[in-house]
Design a protein around this ligand. Structure first.
Ligand SMILES: [Zn+2]
Ligand SMILES: [Zn+2]
Length: 148
């Protein structure tokens, strides 16, 4: 469920987050961030584009993709690990897990106590692990309900 107060606080924090990340606040970046901060559905770039275009009719799809890449790279957004699916984005950057529904593709947040421990990979230096994504797969509440 969306907590409006939390959403607003997240949106209000955007200029400070940009400053810390060395980014300028632009209307395009603000719009993309605000859209993501006000949903918990982990939308795809296409969904984000259609929504942002309502407020910024001249924004191009390419710009939305570029903003998503940049904000993800600077740690303001999270790209959700969705094997075999289009990328999905999240403005919630605190540690949490994702539960992906194998029927409808819905993605829900799952509370995590802390970030999962990062395995050391190959101790002899073969692979340097930066991040671990935990994705739970199953059926969401809606898809579990018996067909009407
Ligand atoms: Zn589902
Ligand atoms: Zn999430």
């Amino acid at each position: 469920m969306i907590d409006l107060e939390k959403t607003q606080r997240r949106i209000d924090r955007f200029p400070a987050l940009c400053r810390r990340a060395g980014l300028k606040v632009t209307p395009q970046r603000s719009a993309v961030y605000a859209m993501l901060a006000s949903t918990d559905t982990h939308p795809s770039p296409d969904t984000i584009f259609s929504s942002v275009r309502e407020g910024l009719p001249n924004i191009s799809q390419g710009t939305v993709y570029k903003v998503l890449d940049l904000l993800t790279e600077r740690g303001l957004l999270v790209k959700v690990a969705t094997p075999g699916q289009v990328a999905r984005y999240d403005a919630r950057t605190e540690p949490h897990y994702h539960a992906v529904c194998i029927r409808c593709g819905g993605i829900e947040d799952v509370q995590a106590e802390a970030a999962p421990p990062v395995p050391r990979g190959d101790p002899d230096g073969g692979f340097d692990v930066h991040k671990v994504d935990v994705v739970l797969q199953g059926l969401c509440h809606k898809c579990r309900a018996p067909d009407a």
